[in-house]
Design a protein around this ligand. Structure first.
Ligand code: GAP
Length: 611
């Protein structure tokens, strides 16, 4: 039999079962090695692979290939639709390099550290908390203080994961994760690659609030790269040194603003609160967002609201809800800026990984940037009725302060203003005391121009609080692929396929001419053009037998394949075979209706078995 005849025979087998399901078995439950198989598939089929392979590769940097870039783009679009467009938030795109003072203010230069332990034998550095977690029953070593981590390493006689040498006597040190660079020639202006997209939003708050017409609440989103010099990047794209975040910074008035909790109150969630984690008999709780707020399990209503928005969204993009939960951070685990935080976690080969954090950042960031910069990070809160208040003011006599304090005179004025605001009794005697650089100075009250006046005020300036849903796109892409990975048997042959949701699948439909035949190819070309015209992502494949072409598309997760065969040309009404990926069921459909039907299938307005 020639290859062409063989191809035709293969196709007969595939098409004879039209309108039937020919997958013999239920998909096998993914086993412990799914990650290994997935990483191999990802490289072979163009999802993701380690970057700069020609130069030996470098840990923690990955390139998304054609399939991966398309999947990632679809996930980002879906996130934008839900968290920016549907919520009425603004999206910005800020630089990835920012000057040093930004990170002095944000606290990242001081507090953005991981625990490092270095092997005395091979010199390899490892995350001390990971060494502990991987080899003991401790699940959250990150939340332990350093001396305790050192004790655990000694007590369990833990060894270097690379060479097996003992780590018991090694000191655990802190390691700052920021990537440093210089802006321009020389080293006069140090800069850093941003470790979170959030800072690009916070520093622009004074301008962004104008775009929001100074009205709270409002949200600003950003999808972009973040950089962390991870001590031990691992598990392919789960922990890398350059990754993509999709973040929403939602600015609220903590006293006045409330979320529309009714919109999400009935959303069912699996929660793992800190109290349950700290309890030996503790376990996850099945509840709803509304109940969790009523019972005080989720302390902040805004955080609860965004958990309620996120859960159905994760479901829609293909995260398996049986392998999904929200876990509250333990107190030692929270980032330096967070007052409370819940992570969205997915289960991967028996381990829970963090896909997103939902943090209550309070006024930490805006207050810090106000303190370190010269701009104003407040919003004017209008009172319902103007209020008459007593204000203590000063109007110092500079002809006295100037000669007395020289260059420090303005600093003395600032001190007097601040003192009048917080302690007007200090001005009751003949003189008032101010402190400047640790030195106390007596100033006659008559020289301060101290007065208490009645003022009518329309409102006050407040520092908004921030609620932050922060999504890691790479980890979500990994989860979506992992949860979509399936194996079954079709016509006695093992098959691997990715059951990707049509909304995120990189390619929606594959079009194949059955054989290398001008007429079949011309019809297939026309179908490709018509499907692309309605905005679908289409691939054309005419190489190898039809069975192999199906397998290829199954492996990259293409939901539908269209085969143009001789029946297409013979029939009065031109029809083609359309095959569904997961069930392998096939139907003959008219070519004229194909774009409309396919667009409806993509939009979720139609199910294949309804056809
Ligand atoms: N702005 C808040 C923030 O950055 P985070 O928990 O440090 O919070 C948010 O990061 C998300 O970014 C994480 O939930 C995770 O999905 C992703 N992420 C963090 N570090 C990562 C890394 N090294 N590699 C890949 N993704 C990472």
């Amino acid at each position: 039999m020639s290859e062409q005849q063989q191809d035709a025979a293969d196709a007969e087998v595939e098409t004879a079962a039209a309108a039937e399901t020919d997958a013999d078995t239920e998909p096998a439950a993914p086993d412990e090695q799914t990650s290994e198989k997935l990483v191999e598939l990802a490289k072979r089929r163009g999802y993701f692979f380690q970057s700069s392979g020609a130069y030996g590769g470098v840990g923690g940097f990955y390139t998304f290939g054609p399939q991966g870039a398309a999947l990632k783009g679809n996930v980002e679009d879906a996130w934008r639709d839900r968290f920016a467009v549907a919520e009425g938030n603004m999206e910005i795109d800020a630089p990835t390099i920012m000057p040093e003072p930004v990170f002095e203010a944000s606290g990242h230069l001081d507090g953005f550290d991981d625990m490092l332990v270095e092997c005395p034998e091979c010199g390899e550095s490892h995350r001390a908390d990971h060494v502990v977690e991987d080899n003991t029953e401790y699940e959250d070593a990150e939340s332990l203080p350093i001396p305790e981590v050192e004790e655990v390493i000694a007590e369990y006689e833990l060894v270097c994961p690379s060479c097996g040498a003992g780590l018991a006597d090694q000191a655990v040190e802190t390691f700052n994760l920021m990537f440093a660079t210089n802006i321009g020639p020389g080293d006069s202006q140090p800069g850093y690659l941003r470790p979170e997209t959030a800072q690009g939003i916070f520093v622009e708050f004074p301008r962004l609030k104008e775009y929001a017409r100074n009205q709270l609440p409002f949200g600003v989103t950003q999808i972009g790269r973040a950089y962390r010099n991870e001590i031990s990047p691992r598990r392919s794209i789960i922990r890398t040194r350059e990754f993509t975040q999709a973040e929403l910074e939602y600015f609220v008035d903590p006293e006045e603003d409330e979320p529309d909790l009714a919109d999400v109150a009935d959303v069912e969630v699996t929660l793992y609160p800190a109290t349950e984690q700290n309890d030996d008999d503790g376990s996850e709780i099945e509840t709803t967002i509304g109940e969790a707020v009523d019972e005080g399990i989720i302390g902040d209503e805004w955080v609860a609201y965004f958990l309620g928005v996120a859960k159905p969204w994760y479901d829609a993009v293909g995260v398996d809800m049986d392998r999904f939960r929200f876990r509250q951070h333990l107190s030692g685990e929270r980032a330096h800026y967070a007052a409370d935080c819940w992570d969205a976690e997915s289960e991967i080969d028996g381990n829970w990984i963090e896909m997103a954090g939902f943090a209550y950042r309070s006024d930490y960031d805006l207050s810090k940037h106000a303190e370190y910069s010269e701009d104003r990070f407040t919003v004017f809160r209008q009172y319902d009725e103007p209020k008459t208040v007593e204000r203590a003011t000063v109007d110092p006599d500079m002809s006295y302060l100037g000669p007395e304090f020289g260059g420090d005179a303005q600093a003395v004025v600032a001190e007097l203003e601040s003192l009048a605001g917080r302690d007007r009794d200090a001005f009751e005697d003949d003189s008032v005391e101010v402190e400047l650089d640790g030195e106390r100075h007596e100033i006659p009250v008559e020289k301060t121009g101290f007065a208490v006046e009645e003022q009518t005020e329309a409102g006050e300036h407040i520092v908004p609080h921030v609620v932050e849903p922060s999504f890691g796109v790479d980890r979500l892409v990994y989860t979506v692929l992992h949860h979509a990975y399936a194996e079954d048997e079709v016509d006695g042959e093992e098959r691997t396929y990715l059951a990707l949701d049509p909304e995120v699948a990189p390619t929606f439909v594959g079009v194949f001419p059955l054989q290398n035949d001008d007429e079949l190819e011309a019809t297939a070309d026309e179908i490709v053009a018509n499907l692309r015209d309605v905005g679908l992502s289409v691939t054309y494949d005419d190489s190898g037998n039809i069975g192999r072409r199906y397998r290829r598309q199954d492996e990259v997760g293409t939901p539908f394949c269209v085969t143009v065969d001789y029946e297409t040309l013979e029939n009065e009404e031109t029809t083609v075979t359309v095959r569904e990926r997961d069930t392998t069921a096939q139907k003959r459909l008219p070519v004229s209706k194909l774009p409309e039907i396919m667009a409806e299938l993509r939009a979720g307005e139609l199910e294949f078995d309804e056809l």
